[in-house]
Design a protein around this ligand. Structure first.
Ligand code: AP5
Length: 226
């Protein structure tokens, strides 16, 4: 496995991890690994993994670490991961972060570039309950702030827009609680390693993108890629 560069997007549900990771992956050509998308695909295909995780995700709880790690390790073996990685929604617990460190190290990587998309919980409910996603290409919209040109239809490929089952208000509350409990401590973990960058994710999508581009550019200069 010839991994080159790894970026990690941290942040609460609705912070914009998927929106920004998709944009950055399109620009950079790095493989975009969203554990949420992978798990939802397993649910919609009705695989054994999907049947196990479906009720957990519907309650807004985290999927057990061993299931997530098995899925990620299988994914990392695929050839498109050879040029570098962009993790979205992973790692989400200390155990996942420590396991990922070991994987990256054994594949000859230095430390990852970690970005925490920081935004207060009160802004997130509107983002999540207003989110619609293209059922074909995964493009993300928001009926309040970033609506499609034609309601219910993707601007890019004409796909039908759908809402996620876990974007109901009561499930969002549990997802935010799970984030505070298990994932927020990772900011300290990566801070201690000196690899954490914090971005104000309450800013517009374009402003957040610009801040991320600057972080990437600085990291590339530091590592001698520019
Ligand atoms: P996952 O799919 O990872 O969901 P999440 O972390 O809860 O994050 P979201 O996808 O809801 O939000 P996002 O930050 O990507 O925001 P987005 O860009 O879409 O996980 C789902 C579930 O899977 C978990 O609850 C868990 O059960 C399980 N799971 C996944 N990974 C796991 C793991 N590693 N371990 C254990 N369990 C795991 O944007 C949201 C909305 O806001 C959109 O409408 C968008 O248009 C809008 N928006 C984005 N940016 C902005 C902006 N700057 N200004 C205004 N609006 C914006």
């Amino acid at each position: 496995m010839a991994l080159k560069r790894a970026f990690i997007f941290l942040g609460p549900p609705g912070a914009g991890k998927g929106t920004q990771a998709k944009r950055m992956a399109q620009r950079s050509g790095l493989a975009h690994l969203s554990t949420g998308d992978m798990l939802r695909e397993a649910v919609s295909r009705g695989t054994e993994l999907g049947r196990v995780v479906r009720p957990i995700m519907e309650r807004g709880e985290l999927v057990p670490d061993d299931l997530v790690m098995k899925m990620i390790e299988e994914r990392l073996a695929r050839p498109d991961c050879a040029g570098g990685l962009m993790f979205d929604g992973f790692p989400r617990t200390l155990a996942q972060a420590e396991r990922l460190d070991a994987i990256l190290e054994s594949a000859g990587f230095g430390k990852p570039v970690v970005v925490d998309l920081s935004v207060s919980h009160d802004k997130l409910m509107r983002r999540l309950t207003g989110r619609w996603t293209c059922s074909v290409g995964g493009e993300i919209y928001n009926v309040y702030d970033a609506p499609p040109k034609t309601p219910g239809i993707c601007d890019h490929d004409g796909g039908k827009l759908v809402q996620r089952a876990d974007d109901r208000a009561e499930v969002v509350k549990e997802r935010l609680a799970a984030y505070d409990r298990a994932t927020k401590p990772l900011t300290e973990y990566y801070q201690r390693q000196g690899v954490l960058h914090t971005v104000d994710a309450a800013a517009s999508v374009d402003e957040v993108s610009r801040a991320l581009s600057e972080i990437v550019e600085r990291a590339e200069r530091r590592d001698g890629h520019l």
